[in-house]
Design a protein around this ligand. Sequence first.
Ligand code: SAH
Length: 254
Amino acid sequence: MLKLRRRVKVRLKKRYGQHLLISTGVAKKILDVAELGDGDIVVEIGPGTGSLTKEILKTPIKELHCIEIDLEMINELKKLEDERLRIHHADASEFHYCELGKELILLGNLPYNVASLIIERTVFCHHCVKLAVFMVQKEVAEKLIKCSSWLGCFVNTIFQINYVMTVPPRFFLPPPKVQSAVIKLVRKENKTKIDLKKYKAFLTMLFSFRRKTLRNKLTEDLLQKALVDPLKRVEELSLEEIQRLFFIYQLEGA
Ligand code: SAH
């Protein structure tokens, strides 16, 4: 069922989480979900040898920026001749996406070891990212959707996350040990301005020592104002309750 369309001539490196997608079907599904169109500026994270890149270039997008850390992969990518393609040798978890455009679409079969950092970066750059479609470990996808971690809440505040599909290990070379999943992040159009650095610090504080009840982390007064039961634990809170707590926490200058 699977066939490699061209021989991979690079040495795969574990430290860069290199599991190449070898299913054109999955690549096409990622593109269907992203609904790429005329004039779109697309950023592909970790393009590797370019299996997804080639499919992206078949669509009528305006520009494709590829962010890749491995020079060997970059040499492979350079073989794809297309004037819309720009290759950046950089670390995607620190990249300044907003320098590339105003309404970007981010795509990628993410390197799993830094997927969370890249997703965090996507949130920090949300002003210029309207949509992202990422392949991540299935477990990571489920945690993000459930909002059961600081990062899950962080992402859910800015993006609507949808689970697109599960992708089994046999669709990659080499096959990873775990199942993967495609998720779609659509930016919410909420007008509230939020200081993301402070929000991150608040969330990481809230999610540390999860077994502790909230009254061990926040004042009774703050919890009362936010109408949140002080005997609850963080995992029992809804996203609305967490946001309410943060806004009051900020107002009180805590
Ligand atoms: N998209 C390709 C490859 C996915 S593997 C495919 O589906 O076939 C993950 C890719 O991310 C590899 O090419 C790896 O070199 C690259 N990568 C790993 N860490 C990175 C980082 N911090 N920034 C940018 N690219 C990275």
